[in-house]
Every structure is written in structure tokens, then in C-alpha cells.
Design a protein around this ligand. Structure first.
Ligand SMILES: Cc1cc2nc3c(=O)[nH]c(=O)nc-3n(C[C@H](O)[C@H](O)[C@H](O)COP(=O)(O)O)c2cc1C
Length: 189
């Protein structure tokens, strides 16, 4: 079984990446293959609206999105983590979300479980809005949205690594991973 984690931050070792690692840890313990897609290392341009993918389900833009779609085809579960930028996910993550358009008929993520994590520096800084955007995208892809303890995982942190001083948030991320794992295991039966 394979889980795919997407980190939407452009920063190396950002807080959202650390939370993603914690959410993926239950999968590692269970011996799953863990694939991490760090958008800080990828080039994923925005959709240009050419609509050529309507003919054959293939995007004309030559960048890293094709690899991401292959990972979507292969995975059994997905966890998406992002910083909050202007009350929304990063532009890098929104590009990835919208580039899914080319495979909307194929539906490579259909009925796969997914979890969401959002980290911002503010109290009510848009974390809840950002979680909703991720889960709305997942539903649009036909995915099964899985909660953590309550909803997706939200956190307050700023400088890279700040989140390491908040063990409760790290545990919340792990709880989200546990739930996604449980649902994935029951869906595969
Ligand atoms: C362009 C930009 C916009 C931001 N907008 C928000 C925001 O709307 N709300 C918020 O709480 N934090 C905002 N932040 C702070 C980041 O969400 C915060 O630093 C977060 O920890 C970054 O995640 P990372 O460490 O994973 O990169 C913004 C930061 C940047 C650079």
C-alpha cells in the first residue's frame, strides 16, 4: 500500500512539511510505502486554460505535474499540507489542484481517502478556510475526506521549525494520519 503526502510550502523544512511528516508516520510504522511531494522542489505551472486535455486527457504543459499524476494513480491515500497565504493555500498548491483538470475524466484519486493540514501565523489566520479549500478540492476529485480529531489539522506557527515546540499539534497531525490509514485499510478490504 502506498500513501502520498503533498507539502505546499515553497520553504525548506517549513512547519507544514514537519506536520506532514508526523501525519505520515503511522503509515511508515505500518510498513506502507511513503511518497512525499515537496512543491519547494517541483515546477508546476498554472493551468493555461487551453482545454487541449479535453481531447486526450493529457496536459500540454511540460513540467513536473505528469509525475504527480502518476503518484496519484499509484497511491491508496493522500495527505495535503500547506501554509496559509492570504487566507488560502499557496499558489504552488493551487496550481497543482487546478492542473488535476486534465485527468478529471480518468479520476485517479476517486474514492481514495484524504486528509488536510493548514498552518498559518495568525489566530483565525485563515487556517479553517484553507482546510475547506483542500477538502473541497478532494471532494471534487471524488475523494473521501477524512477528519483528524475534529476536522482537518490547523496550527499556528511562523518561522520554520516553530511547530516543533507544539507537541499537541504534532500529535494532532499523527491522529489525522491514523484516521486516514484506518479508512484506507477498510476501503481496501
Ligand atoms: C505571502 C504570505 C502570506 C501569508 N498569509 C498568511 C495568512 O493569511 N494567514 C496566516 O495566518 N499566516 C499567513 N502567512 C504566514 C505563514 O502561513 C506561516 O509563516 C507558516 O508557518 C508558513 O508555513 P511553512 O513554515 O510551512 O512555510 C503568510 C506568509 C506569507 C509568506
Amino acid at each position: 500500500m502506498k500513501v502520498c503526502g503533498i507539502s505546499g510550502t515553497p520553504r525548506i523544512n517549513g512547519n507544514s512539511t514537519i506536520l506532514l511528516d508526523h501525519a505520515l508516520s503511522p503509515f511508515k510504522k505500518e510498513g506502507w510505502e511513503v511518497v512525499q511531494i515537496k512543491l519547494s522542489e517541483k515546477k508546476i505551472l498554472p493551468c493555461n486554460g487551453c482545454d487541449k486535455c479535453r481531447n486526450n486527457g493529457t496536459c500540454v504543459i511540460d513540467d513536473d505535474m505528469a509525475q504527480v499524476i502518476d503518484k496519484f494513480r499509484e497511491c491508496d491515500a493522500l495527505i495535503v499540507s500547506t501554509p496559509v497565504y492570504y487566507r488560502t493555500p499557496t499558489a504552488q498548491l493551487m496550481s497543482l489542484f487546478q492542473r488535476y483538470y486534465s485527468v478529471r475524466e480518468e479520476k485517479p484519486l476517486s474514492l481514495k481517502p484524504g486528509g488536510a493540514i493548514a498552518v498559518g501565523r495568525g489566530t483565525g489566520g485563515g487556517q479553517a478556510i484553507t482546510i475547506n479549500i483542500i477538502y473541497t478540492w478532494m471532494l471534487s476529485c471524488g475523494m473521501v475526506c477524512v477528519p483528524g480529531e475534529l476536522n482537518g489539522v490547523t496550527a499556528r506557527a511562523d518561522a520554520p521549525g516553530d511547530i516543533l515546540h507544539q507537541p499537541d499539534r504534532l500529535l494532532q497531525a499523527e491522529a489525522l494520519g491514523q484516521n486516514v490509514l484506518r479508512i484506507a485499510a477498510s476501503l481496501s478490504r
